[in-house]
Design a protein around this ligand. Sequence first.
Ligand code: XIL
Length: 340
Amino acid sequence: QKQEVGLKDVFDYQIGTALSIQQIQEKDRKADSLVKRQFNVLTPENIMKSMFLQPERGKFDFAAGDQLIQYAEKNGMKVVGHTLVWHSQLPPYAQQIKDKEEFKAFMEDHIKEVASHYDGKVQGWDVINEALEEDGSLRKSIFLNLLGEDYITDAFKLAAKYTPSSELYYNDYNIEQPAKRAGAIRLIKKVQDAGLRIDGVGIQGHWMVGKVPFEEIEKSIIEYAALGLKVMITELDIEVLPRNFTGAEVSKRIEGGENLNPYKDGLPDSVQQQLASDYERLFQIFEKHKDKITRVTFWGVHDGQSWLNGWPVPGRTNYPLLFDRNYQPKPAYHKVMSLK
Ligand code: XIL
């Protein structure tokens, strides 16, 4: 029966989704059958970030992450760890560290404890997330500011040591854009030239309807694969609402008469069709390069629980995924499936 066939059954690369802790707990398993039918690899949306795994300095809390691993194992799915080194969602005490040695010890302990705890349990780790500025230079994060650029190679070295069985990835957004891509290539080569292991690169893939940079995406797949890396799309969603402004601008825009939630009562058919054709064209590119792509992960199961309903403005109605708020496949899903 066609109903029983999902994305994971028809594509050669893994098809994944981000899951929140609620979605794997008994009390909110509404998406459960959809998850099992469509996906074969999971990324914890939040619970393997440092603020959750090491909420107090030196005190690790693996309970939620372990629960996700168990859920995946029970259902024959893999798990990707996200993420060991990231400037965002750091525990508050770590954000306040001013001393180089103290911050270095925090990073080292974190990688050591987390990587070894999950060694053999996850297929890979986003070792470093979002370390680049848009111009391709290293992001002026607390990691760079306190530790200098060696933190990049140090992190990969530690990860390789404490989780020898996991693949190791660099993950970032907009690294399909030329300047940032050049920066990512420099970063990757730096790790490789140091004789360290890096197995893959994750292009996050937070794109916008009607503006998906198809040509740059294809070039990026080719260029990253040429470095000997597995190429992954790790956080795919295509949103339909304007997002290129910060929280501070919100009230200004509202005063200026802009409706920041234009599709509250439904998505116009024209946008729905554009979304479907954007997804179709994306997967056509992935299919063309399926010898290079190992995984495509969506950042959420269905529109109702996408983070894009809450960012950069809370309380919006966004439509970035292949399934709607009633867990039903959208036109985009059918377009993607019909490629096979
Ligand atoms: C997001 C989650 O989806 C939200 O629930 C959370 O509040 C903030 O982080 N890039 C990443 C992800 O690497 O970890 C982010 O996830 C989305 C952007």
